[in-house]
Design a protein. Structure first.
Length: 380
């Protein structure tokens, strides 16, 4: 028997990926502990702000489609398993120039995997959604079966499942060191406690590189902003307006319809300010462009949604150099699994990442092809 400070798996970072992994492991009766520097769901990482998009026809690369289709299935299962609303089928509309490589890959991934996708002209888009104004050379890719995930609900649901099945959760506690020198007994050092685990999963988001300093993970955290704008419900409510993304002069914006009178939500996936995650605060407006960049986008493409800023938020986004995920075993200790660098398009995969990471921890391998995400592409 192990004592109370010894676990089969320790998860460092109980946000999107970590909490899901904890739920899958606990349901397999794996003795699991989750540790987070905050109390998830919270407003200090990458998962807050109510909603995240899920797209199936994938502009970042068709190699993601198998994973995102499985993620969709698991999100729907989570909704049935919990008391939380998880998925909203708003559809997803992608807008951009007819020459957009992102939209071209979106179309090709839909063709390869036989996904429902409508390709619409600028006029068809304006006729269907009068709240949109786009140039004549723009097109739209509309996925009818996609939509949004209620992100904080999802983490709350996985948290409930993990705890119900016996996982331990240590909150408001920063891990100071992960000692991986003993390959069978990984030590996790915290201010008032040291625990030991046979396996460890590091899903610490923007803090991953700090927790594994010797590995020199090539990830960069960014400060990102999002705003909710007052907009006419007749044009922008979820009943008649989709989740969306817009390619604008090589910038990529995303947004969500008005769901509960909160307003139209808008953010940007690229750009932002490089940041030390320990310095992150809720300081929307600290930079003039925080609001102005969002308003510029609205004034160009959705002028009738350029209303009062009703809410605002900042969050952390962590890029890898090629914007593909990092999911792999630690090169010096195969019992340590790393998942980070989700580069602004990771949340939708949270459910399947829970499954993937639990497989890597328990079995040492996953049923899914993870070769795209290996550390060796960076020479590590």
């Amino acid at each position: 028997m192990t004592n109370e400070n010894e676990f089969e798996v320790a998860i460092i970072g109980a946000g999107t990926m970590g909490m899901a992994a904890g739920a899958y492991l606990a349901q397999q009766n794996v003795k699991t502990v989750l540790i987070d520097r905050f109390d998830p769901p919270h407003h200090s990482g990458s998962h807050h702000g109510t909603t995240r998009m899920i797209r199936h026809a994938y502009g970042e690369g068709r190699q993601y489609v198998t994973l995102v289709k499985r993620a969709q299935q698991l999100w729907e299962e989570l909704e049935k398993q919990s008391d939380h609303r998880i998925f909203e089928k708003t559809g997803v509309l992608g807008l951009g120039p007819s020459t957009s490589t992102f939209l071209e890959e979106t179309r090709k991934s839909a063709e390869k995997y036989d996904l429902p996708l409508e390709v619409l002209s600028a006029q068809q888009i304006k006729d269907k959604w009068p709240g949109i104004s786009i140039p004549d050379d723009y097109i739209g890719c509309f996925e009818t079966d996609s939509g949004l995930i209620y992100s904080e609900n999802a983490i709350q649901a996985y948290r409930g499942i993990a705890l119900e099945h016996g996982a331990q959760l240590i909150t408001d506690t920063a891990v100071q060191q992960i000692d991986i020198t003993d390959k069978k007994h990984i030590k996790i050092v915290m201010p008032n406690q040291v625990i030991s685990a046979q396996k460890a999963i590091v899903t610490a988001g923007a803090w991953a590189a700090k927790l594994l300093p010797d590995l020199k993970l090539p990830i960069q955290p960014y400060r990102k902003v999002v705003g909710w704008f007052e907009a006419p419900e007749t044009l922008y409510h979820a009943a008649n307006f989709p989740s969306f993304y817009i390619e604008d002069n090589e910038k990529m914006f995303y947004g969500f319809p008005d769901l509960n009178g909160e307003g139209l939500k808008l953010g940007r996936t690229d750009g932002g300010q490089k940041i030390d995650p320990d310095q992150h605060t809720q300081n929307f407006g600290a930079y003039e462009e925080d609001e102005q960049e969002l308003r510029d986008l609205l004034q160009t493409y959705m002028p009738k949604a350029d209303g009062l800023l009703k809410q605002s938020s900042t969050c952390l986004l962590t890029h890898s150099p090629d914007h593909d995920f990092i999911i792999d075993h630690h090169p010096e200790n195969e019992n340590v699994v790393i998942a980070c660098g989700f580069s602004g398009h990771g949340f939708k995969f949270g459910s399947v990442m829970g499954e993937v990471l639990s497989q890597l921890a328990v079995d040492g391998e996953s049923e899914y092809d993870l070769s795209l995400f290996a550390l060796k592409r960076f020479g590590l």
